[in-house]
Design a protein around this ligand. Structure first.
Ligand code: UT7
Length: 333
């Protein structure tokens, strides 16, 4: 009989391209300067993928490291979830990652939820574990938004970088995923888009179809900023409430890395000390679905995040979508 079971996050990994684009480089490309970017966003540089490096490569590298950190091998993985909005193949890149890893037993599918993708993936993965269907799940957040950035638009091109981060979730007698909450508001979709623009094409007689193109990222930065600073503290408070915990119990705040000012404003609203808020924005910029697991993996490897630590993670972005999860790092049994 299938037994409902708990969820543990037992290993992390990450990967990023070697090439670095600094703020000074950007200042040679558009009308901006290092000081403006650092003060308004906290970003100093970002890593960018060249034409040879696909989302599937970064995702597989991060996944391989997470599987090794979990003391597993690729054939142990039952399911791979790839959160990405920039797949190498619009039909999905999760199966490409499965093949790269040699995780031959695993089912694999993509989730598209922009910068909330990792959070949505975490909650999706946990359902498969809770119902007892799967034991080991690899969740990867990976994006190469440099492909879809308008590099002549100074309001957006300063923000984004490429990368991947991954965690392994495992069935566990003790449940370490303690609370979550997810939201969407499609009425605000226009605030942040990477939209398909239709172009009419006459196919046969008077039958028309659309064969257009995806347009580069467009963002109303001020609206998204306001949305994040209001909704993220709310959603974290809700997830904490469901976990029967308060912000004072947290060891770490782990937000989607979009803007240092957002991280600090959310920490302040929740009365969390700024040094408890993990941040690697300065080095990577906003890596979309990758940003939360990339920051987590760096903190785990640096010995900041330790087994048993209590973390509130929150993703927010295009859709608009937002969500939070409260979990303890590692296994407890
Ligand atoms: O991952 C998805 C989630 N995305 C986000 O969370 C992004 C949220 N938004 C933000 O992080 C901020 O809104 C930005 C960093 C994008 C912009 O910062 P801001 O403080 O909101 O600036 P603003 O858009 O209000 O622009 C202020 C001024 C404007 O000039 P005027 O109109 O006041 O004369 C802009 O034209 O700064 C100007 N500006 C720039 N100046 C130098 C905009 N971009 C730049 C730039 N360099 N790169």
């Amino acid at each position: 009989m299938i037994q409902p079971t708990g969820v543990a996050l037992i290993g992390s990994g990450s990967a990023s391209p070697d090439a670095v684009l600094t703020n000074d480089h950007l200042a040679e490309m558009v009308e901006t300067e290092d000081e403006w970017i650092q003060t308004r966003t906290g970003i100093a540089q970002r890593r960018l993928a060249g034409p040879e490096l696909g989302v599937r490569h970064l995702a597989a590298q991060a996944g391989e490291r997470a599987i090794a950190a979990a003391n597993l091998t690729p054939p142990d993985i039952d399911l791979i979830i790839l959160a990405t909005s920039s797949p190498d193949d619009l039909f999905g890149s999760a199966a490409q990652v499965q093949a790269e890893l040699g995780a031959n037993r695993a089912a694999a599918f993509d989730i598209t939820a922009a910068c909330s993708g990792f959070l949505v993936g975490l909650i999706t993965a946990s359902q498969f574990i809770r119902t007892g269907v799967y034991q080991n799940i690899l969740l990867v957040g990976a994006d190469v938004l440099s492909r879809w950035t308008d590099w002549s638009d100074r309001r957006t091109c300063i923000l984004f970088g490429d990368g991947a981060g991954a965690v392994v979730l495992q069935a566990s007698a003790t449940d370490n995923l303690l609370g979550f909450d997810l939201h969407s508001d499609g009425r605000m979709n226009d605030c942040l888009t990477l939209a398909y623009a239709p172009e009419a094409k006459v196919l046969h007689g008077d039958l028309q179809i659309s064969q257009g193109r995806y347009q580069p990222i467009q963002m109303n930065g001020r609206e998204v900023y306001r949305f994040a600073v209001k909704r993220v503290p709310e959603v974290i408070s809700k997830a904490l409430f469901r976990a029967d915990l308060t912000a004072a119990d947290l060891d770490w705040l782990l937000l989607h890395q979009a803007n240092q000012r957002i991280i600090e404003a959310v920490a302040e609203r929740l009365k969390i000390l700024p040094e408890r808020a993990l941040s690697n924005l300065a080095q990577y910029g906003n890596t979309s679905a990758a940003s939360i697991p990339l920051a987590l993996d760096e903190a785990v490897r640096a010995g900041q995040v330790k087994p048993g630590h209590l973390i509130a993670a929150s993703g927010f972005g295009a859709g608009l979508t937002w969500g939070a999860a409260v979990f303890r790092w590692g296994r407890s049994d």
